[in-house]
Design a binder for this molecule. Structure first.
Ligand SMILES: [Cu+2]
Length: 414
């Protein structure tokens, strides 16, 4: 075969493969109706803004490389947007969602259709509202399965289970953050933590429900754990079982096994668990981690890992969670996280030290600004390099696209 003929064969081959890959991507449509609904927990009824009357909201479940259209109908009382947390959306910023950054809020009585274009994300992400504290109740899982004909770089699980960790407030989330901002203080602490919307059996209200995961003996499960809490980091464990971390934030990681995981707010983690113990019921449990002086409330929230047709055996003393301020437990876990070179992960080109032309230092801080109406005469303000942020009246992307003048730190910048 001549060189030219070889090239043509190769080219046709590449074209065929590319067409195959592209044609295997699907398009999905979801309808999100966002309105207020009542929920009773801790023996109190609270009105929450939620999607399709459910807390947490509906799951999006697609394959790598697919495109998703989500039509969001605002049937609530104020504007909000929805963000597809961790979806990279190359060259598609109009559907990213942060309020006043890529779009203005979706007004009550109107709708907005997002086009979410997946690229190399794989595993678990989530979606949440992106206006004030709306994400506290307007959130759900965004599951990205391997593309058709693509495999997992670990033993294929028999089933998967989404586990969403949440902070639960008795009261109107919008009111809580509005009051805190007006008073210049930190918002109050949550009344409980929840697993998939259930606060479990540790808070003393007999009507509370507990999340149950049904498992069959000797099967392997992929837990898709999402920390949707407002502020808390969580330790998570399942009594008497080990957890093998395989992915984080929609990227595979080098596999490692622990009795517990630690997950930050906004983060996702895919974890394999094998139902290989004596049949029975085992607690799963979460507890916040904090080694700062402004610690959250040290509540443990439970769920149940239940072998099919097998009651009994539930034993709280088997829960092995680190204590809330166990810094060593935090470091021991985080030190295990490494990239993994598997064909399913995108190649990462980290520039060599000598190729770095400019270094940018960013200092993060929370400072006090004078505030005459506030409780203590000052209010808390977050900053990057001592510059804080105030939402403009139009969204920044629109302003940039139309070359409106944006005022940055007192200077106009067209
Ligand atoms: Cu987010």
């Amino acid at each position: 075969m001549g060189l030219q003929q070889g090239f043509v064969t190769w080219f046709v081959g590449v074209l065929f493969l590319t067409t195959l890959l592209l044609s295997s991507a699907d398009v999905h449509h979801y309808e999100f109706f966002v309105r207020e609904s009542n929920f009773t927990k801790l023996c109190n009824t609270t009105t929450l803004l939620v999607v399709n009357d459910s807390y947490p909201g509906p799951q999006i479940r697609v394959h790598r490389g697919d495109t998703v259209f989500v039509n969001v109908h605002n049937q609530g009382n104020y504007g909000f947007t929805i963000h597809w947390h961790g979806v990279k959306q190359p060259r598609n910023p109009w559907s990213d969602g942060p309020e006043f950054v890529t779009q203005c809020p979706i007004q009550p009585g109107t709708n907005f259709t997002y086009e979410i274009v997946l690229s190399d994300e794989i595993g678990t992400l989530w979606w949440h509202a992106h206006s004030d504290w709306t994400r506290g109740s307007v959130h759900g899982a965004f599951i990205i399965l391997p593309a058709k004909k693509e495999t997992y770089p670990f033993p294929t699980p028999n089933a998967d289970q989404t586990v969403i960790l949440e902070s639960w407030y008795d009261g109107d989330y919008k009111q809580i953050i509005d009051d805190a901002l007006a008073a210049g203080v930190s918002p109050r602490q949550p009344n409980a933590y929840a697993i998939n919307g259930h606060v479990g059996d540790t808070y003393g209200c007999p009507n509370d429900t507990i999340f149950r995961m049904q498992v069959d003996s000797e099967k392997i499960y992929l837990l898709r754990i999402i920390n949707a809490a407002m502020n808390e980091h969580f330790f998570f464990t399942i009594a008497n079982h080990t957890l093998t971390v395989v992915a984080q934030d929609a990227s595979y990681v080098r596999r490692f096994t622990r009795d517990y995981i630690l997950i930050s707010p906004g983060q996702t983690m895919d974890v394999l668990v094998s139902a290989n113990r004596n049949v029975g019921q085992y607690y799963m449990a979460i507890r916040p981690f904090s080694d700062s002086s402004a610690a959250p409330i040290d509540n443990i929230t439970t769920g149940i890992f239940q072998y099919t047709n097998s009651e009994g055996g539930l034993n709280a003393s088997l829960i092995t969670l680190p204590v809330m301020n166990d810094t060593d437990a935090m470091i021991n876990f985080l030190n295990q996280i490494r990239n993994t070179k598997v064909s399913q992960n995108p190649r990462i080109n980290v520039p060599a030290d000598k190729d770095i032309k400019r270094r940018v230092f960013i200092a993060l801080a929370v400072n006090n600004l004078p505030c005459s109406n506030c409780v203590v005469g000052t209010r808390l303000v977050a900053s990057l390099n001592n510059v804080s942020y105030v939402s403009p009246s139009i969204d920044i992307l629109q302003a940039y696209y139309n070359r409106y003048i944006i005022y940055i730190h007192g200077y106009s910048n067209s």
